[in-house]
Design a protein around this ligand. Structure first.
Ligand SMILES: C[S@@+](CC[C@H](N)C(=O)[O-])C[C@H]1O[C@@H](n2cnc3c(N)ncnc32)[C@H](O)[C@@H]1O
Length: 254
């Protein structure tokens, strides 16, 4: 290949890495976001967005993390949305009992339809319900996942307490969400996406920028989780998002 072509390619990659890593992080107040996913147009637009490459990449990452933990028993996806992740889990792991739970009746109907289209309807039970009051007994779940839902939970401490209550001893919970103090570059990208790229119903509710602004910082999550006795957790922050991993090493106190 031509020397100058290689030179400019490498220079371009260097500039992109520099912009991502060197640009300052945004420091702003949290603004809570109401998703309005019960609006059928919003639910449909969100379903379309969830099929774009960044979301597919996220699901790949979550699935490879789950695989490493060799799951068995029952797995629930909290705030499962239109079911993309749990459907992928059903296609990947044949040994798991799967439950998708979401606040929105509209989105659960879409998830059931999607599971049917993907031939996994019989493998997943979908339920309408809230993370604040999970409809499961103490110590009953082996694995819990949740992606891009935490920033919508109105009671995050009681939600994490609920998660801890239903996890069985040695059970694991993986929560993935945005990180509010992301690089300014990421705010720029999401502002562009929200104002220009996404379908109208999402522009109307200021998404996905609203979700980024409603998300937490690592220090806030540490503060939230340390309020729960006996909880063990690890937070892995990345450029604009973070993985929270919770492990329960003792049974619930009933
Ligand atoms: C941005 S969507 C993410 C959907 C899906 N997890 C994904 O990654 O594509 C957030 C979802 O969380 C759900 N949600 C919000 N608050 C919730 C709560 N308190 N309990 C359960 N689900 C909730 C919303 O209805 C919505 O479907």
């Amino acid at each position: 290949m031509d020397f100058w072509l290689i030179f400019f390619l490498l220079f371009g990659v260097f500039i992109i890495i520099f912009l991502i890593l060197a640009l300052p992080r945004k420091d702003c107040e949290r603004i809570s976001s109401i998703e309005a996913i019960d609006d059928p147009d919003v639910a449909k637009a969100f379903g379309r967005m969830a099929n774009t490459p960044p979301f597919k990449l996220l699901r790949k990452k979550v699935i490879s993390t789950i695989r490493k933990l060799e799951p068995s028993g029952t797995l629930i996806d909290i705030g499962c949305g239109s079911g993309n992740l749990i459907i992928q889990i059903a296609k990947t792991f044949s040994n798991l009992e799967l439950i998708g739970i979401d606040l929105s009746e509209e989105i659960i109907a879409a998830a059931i339809l999607q599971a049917e289209k993907n031939g996994v309807k019989e493998k997943i039970k979908f339920e309408i319900g809230s993370v604040e009051k999970l409809p499961f007994p103490n110590d009953s779940m082996d694995f819990i996942v949740s992606t891009l839902s935490l920033h919508h939970w109105s009671e995050p401490i009681s939600s994490f307490k609920e998660i801890f209550r239903v996890l069985r001893k040695d059970g694991v919970c993986l929560v993935f969400d945005f990180q509010r103090n992301s690089r300014k570059l990421f705010y720029g990208l999401l502002t562009f996406a929200t104002k220009i790229v996404v379908p109208k119903p999402l522009k109307r509710i200021n998404e996905p920028l609203g979700s980024l602004k409603a998300s937490y910082n690592k220090s806030e999550i540490i503060q939230l989780l340390t309020e729960i006795p006996f909880i063990k957790f690890e937070i892995k922050p990345y450029l604009a998002w973070m993985f929270i991993r919770i492990k329960k090493s003792s049974p619930s106190l009933s």
